[in-house]
Design a binder for this molecule. Structure first.
Ligand code: BTN
Length: 326
């Protein structure tokens, strides 16, 4: 009920009477009064005026289950939110919840991670109070070989959500890093659990540098954050809800064809590698070529000097720009 009260107060500029809240949610005045009291304790500035009712003056810039739920406009994605102030890794949590039977669309969000994980066994530095660390649980019915495309669907969704919230046009470094001003702002780690040859769960882990101002030495030249670029605050809960909305739309499209054919144009418009020379770090031998776009199944198309085209599979190799990170 708390998240519904916040949503209602946020959407209404005027006062809402206690009576109206009671009727709307079918609860007693005491229950409303208690919920308002709890919200105030959590940092919501709610004005209560006799004979007029309640009015929301300001919300805390804190991430909480209520803040996220109150902004959610999806059917499946994020319908269940597990919020943790601090955890090891939201991907690990989501995998555990999946084993315990959590439903599709369950989203784990943390304010801080102590052992955040990146791709290729790297760490994902996850300080409190400023960024987004979330993992979304899916229970797809398709075959495991299709799952690698989800990571591209997720990257596109996050880029679209960032644009909708901030008007910042991030670009995608294939397959799933998001880049602004040539620096990384988002990383995605997708993990699949199989049961025999069937998918038991897919966890899409998304880390976004939202408010971080300082980065450790090893990534300070290649990482930035939304607020550093924008010069103003970004409401994390709002961006999370927008990501769920964009992902729900794109996932529905993807599920119909089980390919990226209908999302390819949107993806390629954001693909920073397109038309650029890339270096493919294939364990069987490094090579260079021009990135032409992606295939319907998400591989990167690279044209070599002699005109032959190679399809690069995500996960197998890493692709670098010839002059640095991008
Ligand atoms: C990368 O290396 O680019 C992927 C980084 C993924 C980080 C996110 S943060 C939320 C989720 N939990 C984790 O431990 N990792 C992912």
């Amino acid at each position: 009920m708390k998240s519904k009260i916040i949503a209602l107060l946020r959407e209404n500029d005027q006062y809402i009477s206690g009576q109206e809240l009671c009727e709307k949610f079918g609860v007693s005045r005491t229950a409303v009064w208690k919920a308002i009291g709890q919200l105030k304790k959590e940092g919501y500035h709610i004005e209560a005026v006799q004979n007029k009712g309640y009015h929301l003056v300001s919300v805390p810039n804190l991430l909480s289950r209520e803040e996220i739920l109150s902004r959610m406009k999806t059917k499946v994605m994020g319908r269940e939110v597990r919020y943790l102030g601090q955890t090891g890794s939201t991907n690990q949590d989501a995998k555990r919840f999946a084993e315990e039977g959590a439903i599709e669309g369950t989203m784990v969000v943390a304010d801080c991670q102590k052992s955040g994980r990146g791709r290729r066994g790297r760490n994902w530095i996850s300080p409190p109070g400023e960024n987004i660390y979330l993992s979304l649980l899916l229970r797809p019915k398709f075959s495991p070989d299709k799952a690698s495309m989800l990571t591209l669907v997720a990257a596109l969704s996050v880029a679209q959500a960032i644009f909708a919230e901030t008007e910042l046009k991030s670009e995608i470094k294939w397959p799933n890093d998001l880049v602004l001003e040539q620096k990384k702002i988002c990383g995605i780690l997708t993990e699949m659990t199989l049961e025999a040859e069937y998918i038991q769960s897919v966890v899409i882990g998304i880390g976004i540098n939202v408010g971080q101002k300082q980065f450790p030495e090893e990534i300070k030249d290649t990482a930035t954050s939304l607020e550093l670029i924008l010069g103003k605050k970004v409401v994390r809960a709002s961006l999370i809800a927008q990501i769920m909305k964009c992902f729900e739309r794109n996932y529905e499209i993807f599920q119909k064809e089980l390919s990226l054919v209908s999302l390819k144009t949107e993806y390629e418009e954001l693909l920073i590698n397109k038309g650029k020379e890339v270096c493919v770090l294939d364990p069987r031998g490094e090579y260079r070529g021009i990135a032409k776009g992606i295939t319907d199944t998400g591989e990167l198309l690279v044209e070599l000097e002699d005109g032959t085209k190679k399809e690069v599979y995500a996960g197998e190799v890493s692709v670098r720009g010839v002059y640095g990170y991008v």
